[in-house]
Design a binder for this molecule. Sequence first.
Ligand code: SF4
Length: 246
Amino acid sequence: MIATQVARENRGSLTEGRTPEELREIVQHVGAELELAPAEDIIEWAYATFGERFCLTSSMGDAVLAHLAAKVAPGVDVVFLDTGYHFAETIGTRDAVAATMDVNVITIQPRQSVEEQDAELGPELFRRDPDRCCALRKVEPLRTSLDGYDAWATGLRRAETRNRVIAPVIGWDAKKQKVKVSPIARWSDDDVDRYVEENGVLVNPLAYDGYPSIGCWPCTRRVAPGEDPRSGRWAGTNKTECGIHM
Ligand code: SF4
């Protein structure tokens, strides 16, 4: 089943969206204003402004963003991209979030299953051409699934990689023609750990087993203490991002 079908079945009818010009104007007006706001305020603003045309995305490394949203935007859509290559622990975290939190978890999938992709392009595309594999299994399905939204929130943080140090809290995603909201962009690793501890937030068990950054199993390895937390992603290659945030 393709991503948009899954998303639409779960969400029912949608209200009309704003034009890209209108959305860009919103970014220009409130972007700087919300730059230093608490994460809850940022999500609350986005939900009030965009309503059902606002969603979160989560890779289920932890449930911090979903936990924040459940407080100020109960019932909000949380889009989870099931690449077909997730660890069982990641799927389990998704199921636990769906069962215990006041958010609407929507699972989207690539156009082709792993088996269909293998039949057409050969097995283990992730080894031969990880950029293409990510494009097919992450970037394209997410872009399609966001069709019915004007704004999307991510758990992206500036502390994660060099590519993310200038990520705005409220930005214009020119490729997707949508407002991109990063409520915890300013949070450090310690801020995340503190929020998890103080609020008993669900965390993917792999995070306590040497995986500080969790993606698809073929492209994620354990990280030794003191190593760059992102060094376990696409290890041994120059690749550092899947393309969703570029
Ligand atoms: S992270 Fe690896 S397995 Fe997952 S979509 Fe990208 S290349 Fe494919």
